[in-house]
Design a binder for this molecule. Structure first.
Ligand code: NAP
Length: 262
């Protein structure tokens, strides 16, 4: 039995978030599962209970809808729970040129990846500080460089990593851990939502691909160890290093070509 604390996991209905929820539950945390597809959250909750975990709190909502954060906070209060961990995982990207993509969809990406993540962090921070808990923000290797052909998404993830690292420094005396999880490519619902798949570039991507469960495991362990940034996988670490060292004038056309090939 846990106390009244919970680990909130956004985007727990699929992909990396689903695996993060599984691992938090396996490690003995009570979890609060958040996403729009309530049926998938209920199925995950049943699986966690069947595996011997405490019954999760399921909150099916669109995090970009007006008043979503208030509704989530109210659901926790009704269940007598307070946040000890917050996993800001829900996010999406859109492949294509800024001038050609739907402006509203691009703003929805900023809304979810930046505004929602920041809003949830600010809202639950007092409880997390009181519990000496932690925040795991899912950024991306995309956070380390601009992404022509995927510009809004890459920029949104740069925000996530920058915000996380700064917050970690501010909170270091408070016993609160903040980690930016920066995965490379992972096969999830992400690709279809973004408007591509890995067919055309399978051979090139294969060395970098990791399963969502492995990415989640490394994210959880980095948070537990108090690491501020984790890039799972050697190939992805190399990609990040190369992106940091290579001159922008050389890197940008290469990245633009890679996105166009998708
Ligand atoms: N896959 C990759 O290659 C990759 C690489 C680096 C970083 N990431 C990051 O990893 C995170 C998870 O992505 P993923 O790859 O696991 O993608 P995914 O399989 O598409 O999962 C996205 C999750 O976010 C939820 N979500 C989307 N919009 C939402 C909204 N408005 N309100 C509430 N929940 C919402 C989805 O649930 P519902 O549809 O049920 O709402 C789903 O559970 C994202 O932040 C992504 O940017 C992914």
């Amino acid at each position: 039995m846990s106390d009244n604390k919970t680990a909130i996991v956004t985007g727990a209905s699929d992909g990396i978030g689903l695996e993060l929820a599984r691992i938090f539950a396996r490690k003995g945390h009570h979890v609060t599962l958040v996403a729009r597809r309530g049926d998938r959250l209920e199925a995950l909750a049943a699986e966690i209970v069947a595996a011997g975990g405490e019954a999760p709190l399921v909150v099916a909502l669109d995090l970009c809808a007006e008043g979503a954060a208030e509704r989530l906070e109210a659901a926790l209060a009704d269940a007598g729970r307070s946040a000890e961990f917050l996993v800001n995982n829900a996010g999406f990207g859109l492949i294509g040129r800024v001038a050609e993509l739907d402006p509203n969809e691009q703003l929805a990406c900023v809304d979810l990846n930046i505004r929602t993540l920041t809003g949830l962090t600010l809202r639950f921070l007092p409880a997390i500080v009181a519990a000496r808990g932690g925040i795991l923000n899912v950024a991306s290797v995309a956070s380390f460089m601009p992404g022509p052909g995927f510009a809004v998404y890459y920029a949104s993830k740069a925000y996530v990593r920058s915000f996380s690292e700064a917050l970690a420094e501010e909170l270091k005396g408070a016993g609160v851990r903040v980690t930016a999880l920066c995965p490379g490519p992972v096969r999830t619902g992400f690709q279809a939502r973004a408007g591509f798949d890995y067919k055309g570039e399978m051979m090139a991507m294969r060395p970098a691909l990791l399963p969502a469960s492995e990415v989640a495991r490394q994210g959880y362990e980095a948070l537990a160890a108090g690491r501020r940034v984790i890039v799972p996988g050697l190939v992805n670490k190399f990609f990040v290093l190369a992106g940091r060292l290579a001159p922008r004038a050389f890197l940008m056309p290469l990245l633009a070509r890679a996105q166009r090939a998708r």
